[in-house]
Design a binder for this molecule. Structure first.
Ligand code: FDA
Length: 398
């Protein structure tokens, strides 16, 4: 019989962090993962350089049915704390766009750091190891979890579920965490792909498919009233729809059937500029728009109007054009799905969890951390910061 204080299922970002913290506090910890290669999502993240956190992290950067839930864990383990850790491991890093922090060399540095932290605490590894079933029984006045695995049964006083979300099933993502939550009577907020490209039906997209590869800065918004959300970021045309950081961000807020609106000339008064240029004379519309946009986009957008001289264009036509560019309104038909999503939105309902220990209120000893939980970060290092912070909060409580 293998008996531990803590069994962590899922040796990804949150699971390794939690295991290391608990083990360094003197707990006996076993870390179980079905993959043969460690932490594949960290490896591929940030284009191979892992955008491991962001300089500015607050609850406003996260989506959850309960937006207050993440506050305690985020306050207890900050980006500065993670930077202190990577400095101790002499990992070089740099800041990019909007406070995003990346490794100079490779995301392997982060994986090796977490592995070393686990080893320092004496974490026991079971990997690759399939989990077949989990049960819980009262034993001498305390509850004990039994994890039935492909390498035998493991008993533990605390079970931490850190199996991540459903994004990128080709890398071994599973719904294990959601199933286990339901098995123990916890509620699950419906999961959906997030940070994902948006797609459009063939008819809507026919005029734009040829623009695949074109990128430009835009303001993207969605949602009515209090749910209104807006991002100013790059947008990328693809064969099936729109992608790029601005679209990935808004996709996490978009609800099926809702409109997204794009301002493709952000910060400008295009109508006034067009009317002013008209007064200036001979310039063609295509030439004018190409000074703001990639030429391919300007030509495709204008079609026959491309060679129209501004001087010959009625004011109404110019105002109309400006309106279509600055308030381009579209209804996506869907998303590119979990195969292309960076994360899953939704997950284990935080109402059933204690925000300091991530422990299920109704099942003492059972904890959920990381992406399995209904806390989804923006693009830009926020999802890893949640993984670290929730892992540490849980690890410290064990
Ligand atoms: P994570 O997915 O890291 O780990 C889960 C672990 O559980 C895996 O090791 C898996 O094998 C294991 N597992 C799953 N099911 C199991 C089962 N049934 N039995 C046993 N083990 C099981 N975020 C960010 O902040 N900055 C970034 O740069 C990026 N970049 C990025 C790129 C791409 C392409 C993707 C897909 C995602 C990102 N992310 C990101 C998101 C980030 O990778 C993600 O939010 C965290 O890895 C979540 O950490 P977890 O530990 O919760 O899950």
């Amino acid at each position: 019989m293998q008996q531990f204080d803590v069994a962590v299922i899922g040796a990804g970002a949150a699971g390794m962090m939690c295991a290391a913290v608990a083990a360094q506090r003197g707990r006996s910890v076993v870390l179980i993962d079905h993959a043969s290669k460690l932490a594949e999502k960290i490896r591929i993240s940030g284009g191979g350089r892992c955008n491991f956190t962001n300089k500015q992290v607050g609850p406003e950067n996260f989506i959850s049915a309960n937006p207050h839930f993440c506050k305690s864990a985020l306050a207890g383990y900050t980006p500065q704390d993670f930077l202190d850790l990577i400095r101790r491991h002499s990992i070089a890093w740099h800041e990019k766009h909007k406070g995003q922090l990346f490794c100079d060399q490779s995301s392997e540095d982060i994986i090796e750091m977490l592995r070393a932290e686990c080893d320092q605490g004496g974490v026991h590894w079971r990997m690759p190891c399939e989990v077949k079933e989990v049960s819980r029984a009262e034993h001498a006045g305390a509850s004990l979890f039994t994890v039935h695995t492909s390498v035998g049964s493991i008993h533990a006083t605390h079970l931490v579920v850190a199996t991540g979300g459903l994004a990128i099933p080709q890398l071994g993502a599973t719904d294990f965490g959601l199933k286990l939550a339901r098995q123990f009577g916890l509620k699950v907020i419906e999961p959906r792909p997030a940070l994902v490209p948006l797609t459009f039906d063939q008819e809507t997209w026919a005029p734009f498919g040829a623009l695949a590869g074109v990128a430009l800065q835009a303001t993207v918004s969605t949602g009515p009233g209090k749910r209104a959300q807006q991002f100013f970021e790059d947008v990328l045309f693809t064969h099936r729809g729109l992608s790029g950081p601005g679209i990935l961000q808004i996709s996490s807020y978009w609800q099926p059937g809702e409109t997204i609106a794009l301002d493709l000339a952000p910060g400008q008064d295009l109508s006034a500029q067009l009317l002013q240029a008209k007064a200036g004379g001979k310039q063609q519309l295509g030439t004018f728009l190409s000074s703001l946009w990639p030429k391919r986009l300007a030509e495709q957008w204008l079609g026959d109007q491309s060679t129209l001289r501004l001087a010959d264009a009625p004011d109404r036509v110019l105002k109309d054009l400006a309106q279509r560019i600055q308030a381009w309104s579209l209804v996506p038909s869907g998303t590119a799905g979990y195969k292309k999503a960076e994360v899953m939105r939704g997950g284990v309902d935080t109402k059933g969890l204690d925000q300091r220990s991530m422990q299920a209120r109704s099942v003492p000893g059972l904890h959920f951390i990381g992406e399995t939980v209904d806390v989804t970060g923006w693009l830009g290092g926020y999802n890893f910061q949640w993984a670290w912070a929730s892992g540490v909060a849980c690890g410290r409580s064990l």
